[in-house]
Design a binder for this molecule. Structure first.
Ligand code: SAM
Ligand code: SF4
Length: 321
C-alpha cells in the first residue's frame, strides 16, 4: 500500500499518454504552441505498461488515462487491454475531449475501459469554436452518444467562465441530466499557459445562479473524490471542484505520470521524479522506489490561492488535469 507523509493512501494514478491535443482550449493551452516533447522521448505503451504493473502491485486501484488528448495516441485500446488483462479489477477510466470517440468507443469498451469523463463547456457551436479554437461541438456530442450507446459510464466536466459559458450552466446541466450523466463544474485554475482574457467563476457565484433554478442540498465530499457533491430535490447529483478551498487536498489520493515518464505528486507543483531511466533499463525495483519516493514527498496542499499567488507553471495538457 502507498501511504504519504500525511497518512493519505495513494491508490489512484493518472496517466497522460500524450501532451498533444487536437483542441486549443483557452483555459489550458496557448494558441500557438511551442515545442512538443519529441516523440522519441515518450514512453512506449509497453514501457508505460511495465510501470502500470509496478503501480498496481504497490496498491494502485484506479488508473485514469488522460492527456493532452489521449485518443490521439494510436493503439490506446491495446494499452487499456494490457492493463485490464493484468488486473481486471482496476478501475480503468479516461478523460477525453470526445472529438474522436465516435469511431473508437466500442473498441475502448471491449478492451476493458469502464468510464470516461468528457469535457463539455458549452452546447453552442460558436462558443465551442471560440473555446477550443475549431469547430468541435458536433463531433463531441456524437462521441458522447456513441460512448453511452456502447455502455460506457460518462461524466461531464465543465469549466464555467465569465463572458463565455457561465450563462449556459443550466442548459449543460439539463443536457447531462437528460442523458443520465453526472456533471462536475470545475473552477478555472489559473496557469501560465491559459489565455489572459479568461475569468473563472468560483463556487459561491455558481451555486447562487443554480439556486435561482433548483432546490438542492450540500452532500459534501464523496470518498476521495476532489468533487464536492450537491443533491437536487429530484435526487440528481452534480459536483463542484474547488481547488482553492482549504479542505480540497485533505483526501487527495492521486499522483500523475506524464507521457515522458515524470511522476508528479501534486498537480500544482513543479517537482517530479522520472521513472523513464528505470523502466527503459528494465529496473523494476528502481521504478518502484521512485514511485514510493514520489508518494513520500507528496505535499500536504496545493498552492492555488495561497501566498505565492494563484498561478501554476504546470501545464494541464502535460499533466492531464
Ligand atoms: N483532453 C482531455 C479533456 O479535455 O478532457 C483530457 C485532458 S484535460 C487537461 C483534463 C481536464 O482538465 C479537462 O476536464 C479540462 O476541462 C481540465 N482543465 C484544463 N485546464 C484547466 C484549467 N485551467 N482549470 C480547470 N480545469 C482545467
Ligand atoms: Fe486539449 Fe483537454 Fe487541454 Fe482542451 S482541456 S486543450 S481538449 S488537453
Amino acid at each position: 500500500m502507498l501511504v504519504d507523509s500525511y497518512d493519505r493512501v495513494v491508490d489512484y494514478l493518472r496517466v497522460s499518454v500524450t501532451e498533444r491535443c487536437n483542441f486549443r482550449c483557452q483555459y489550458c493551452m496557448p494558441e500557438k504552441p511551442f515545442s512538443w516533447v519529441p516523440k522519441e522521448n515518450l514512453l512506449s505503451f509497453e514501457e508505460l505498461f511495465e510501470f502500470m504493473k509496478v503501480a498496481i502491485d504497490e496498491g494502485v486501484k484506479k488508473i485514469r488515462i488522460t492527456g493532452g488528448e489521449p485518443l490521439l495516441r494510436e493503439d490506446l485500446d491495446k494499452f487499456i487491454k494490457m492493463i485490464y488483462d493484468y488486473e481486471p479489477s482496476v478501475d480503468l477510466a479516461m478523460t477525453t475531449n470526445a472529438y474522436l470517440l465516435k469511431g473508437t468507443a466500442q473498441r475502448l469498451k471491449d478492451a476493458g475501459l469502464k468510464r470516461i469523463n468528457v469535457s463539455i463547456d458549452t452546447l453552442k457551436p460558436d462558443v465551442a469554436k471560440a473555446i477550443a479554437g475549431k469547430d468541435v461541438l458536433k463531433n463531441v456530442l456524437e462521441g458522447v452518444d456513441e460512448a453511452l450507446r456502447v455502455g460506457l459510464k460518462v461524466k461531464v466536466n465543465m469549466v464555467p467562465m465569465k463572458n463565455m459559458n457561465f450563462d449556459e450552466i443550466i442548459e449543460v446541466l439539463e443536457y447531462c441530466k437528460n442523458k443520465n450523466m453526472s456533471i462536475r463544474f470545475i473552477e478555472y485554475m489559473e496557469n501560465k499557459f491559459a489565455s489572459k482574457d479568461i475569468s473563472g467563476v468560483k463556487s459561491p457565484e455558481l451555486l447562487a445562479k443554480l439556486k435561482e433554478h433548483y432546490t438542492f442540498e450540500d452532500e459534501g465530499f464523496d470518498g476521495s473524490s476532489p468533487s464536492h457533491y450537491v443533491r437536487m430535490k429530484d435526487a440528481y447529483r452534480f459536483g463542484i471542484i474547488e481547488p482553492y478551498e482549504d479542505d480540497f487536498c485533505k483526501k487527495c489520493n492521486r499522483i500523475r505520470l506524464t507521457a515522458e515518464g515524470n511522476l508528479i505528486p501534486c498537480l500544482y507543483f513543479d517537482e517530479a521524479l522520472s521513472i523513464s531511466k528505470a523502466i527503459k533499463s528494465g529496473d523494476i525495483k528502481a521504478a518502484a522506489e521512485v514511485l514510493r519516493e514520489v508518494v513520500r514527498t507528496k505535499p500536504e496542499k496545493n498552492r492555488w490561492g495561497g501566498e505565492d499567488g494563484e498561478s501554476s507553471s504546470r501545464a494541464f495538457y502535460e499533466t492531464g488535469g
